[in-house]
Design a protein around this ligand. Sequence first.
Ligand code: HEC
Ligand code: HEC
Ligand code: HEC
Ligand code: HEC
Length: 342
Amino acid sequence: MKRTMKLALSLLAPLAFGLLAGCERPPIETVQTGYRGTGMEQIYNPRTLLKQASLNQAPAPAEAAGADGPKAGEVYKNVQVLGDLSVAQFSRHMASITQWVSPGAGCAYCHNIENFADDGKYTKVVARRMIQMTQRVNQDWKTHVAETGVTCYTCHRGNNIPTNVWFAPKDRNNANSAMGDLAGQNLASKSVGLSSLPFDPFTPYLKDSAPIRVNSTEAMTGVGNYANRASTKQAEHTYSLMIHMSESLGVNCSYCHNTRNFQSWEESRPQRVTAWYGIRMARDLNNDYMEPLTSTFPGHRLGPKGDVAKVNCTTCHQGAYKPLYGAAMAKDYPELQTLAKP
Ligand code: HEC
Ligand code: HEC
Ligand code: HEC
Ligand code: HEC
């Protein structure tokens, strides 16, 4: 009798563990983000937080350089953006972007080291535009990045290309098979947290300006391709963007919304307004900076449809509610704070 019990237990124990593997092991921490009773709480797992924290450390700033002496624009032959810096400040900038973008290959990742003025490497041409893009974010999108700002490191983190970018996905339409028309959804997709929601929330919302709000007050609103018919299908597209936003910040819906009324701005947290600007900022970066670089990039850097890599919330946030948990790196790089005069 005892033996059979033991046997049964030894067989059952692994089965029980197998069933529980889908659950999260405690402890779980909750943080209240809204009024009591509204269920506005963030649920964190300290183990995930620990891993996230180590992935989001900002490097120490380089030692400041003096503004004295001749300007880079006078000394060098082909400086189009950072000409107002002193030679010492310019050198500091070059050393920093090397650390942020190409610590492995060094200066040679962007330069023909026989002639630093040469623009032969596409990476240098892209980097020049990236300097302007970073200045644009820090100067004109304070509504989103505040005084925290961004540097190349916010997106690149020591990598030649940021780990989180997006392309227009391949058409995955099975119109001719038994599956029928997938309508851009119904496949568990990483871009939308493995849900079967529409798997490209980026083209309509972070490149084009499709309407996101679905709780319309009148029937049949919106225009063109993305006419907001406030249908269930439209709501699914909105939800796919919302999943992306939640995932990239490592938060729940209630970080921004009071979920008893998703629409109401009065009941939302101020973070929702910051997010609203973030959506407009991503569109600006993708349309005015990334897209025009398409022909500068070599073919192997382009997506399945020949489009350039683009920015979404994860490109900067990488799982943190503020990139690098709010480390204000940008203040140590004044040359990245304002758009250089042309
Ligand atoms: C990520 C790309 C990148 C890396 C890495 C890089 N540079 Fe540059 N470099 C540029 C860009 C872009 C310019 C032009 C800036 C402008 O137009 O304002 C430039 C310009 C220069 C110039 C001016 C050349 C001239 O005569 O016009 C020098 C000198 C220079 N870099 C040195 C360096 C050194 C030294 C390193 C390594 C420590 C380095 N760079 C690493 C992108 C890079
Ligand atoms: C908002 C995010 C963001 C910021 C900030 C940013 N980059 Fe980029 N960068 C990108 C994206 C997106 C690409 C395209 C990646 C791809 O081709 O897959 C890219 C590509 C590049 C490339 C081309 C690399 C290659 O091998 O093709 C260089 C060089 C580069 N960035 C330099 C810089 C420099 C220098 C800065 C700071 C002055 C900077 N970036 C700031 C997002 C950013
Ligand atoms: C980081 C902040 C943020 C998070 C997290 C977030 N949202 Fe949103 N949500 C917004 C913003 C901003 C808008 C309005 C976008 C616009 O108008 O351009 C919005 C709009 C919506 C709308 C449309 C409301 C209307 O007026 O019709 C719905 C529905 C919605 N969100 C659901 C969700 C769900 C579900 C989640 C969690 C999976 C979520 N949101 C997570 C910021 C957020
Ligand atoms: C270019 C980099 C960049 C991109 C892209 C970006 N963010 Fe941010 N975001 C930041 C920075 C930097 C901050 C910190 C601002 C501050 O300190 O108040 C921030 C802050 C926020 C906050 C405020 C968090 C808080 O608790 O105060 C929200 C919400 C947010 N971002 C949402 C988004 C969403 C949603 C997207 C995509 C639509 C997005 N961000 C894209 C850089 C970025």
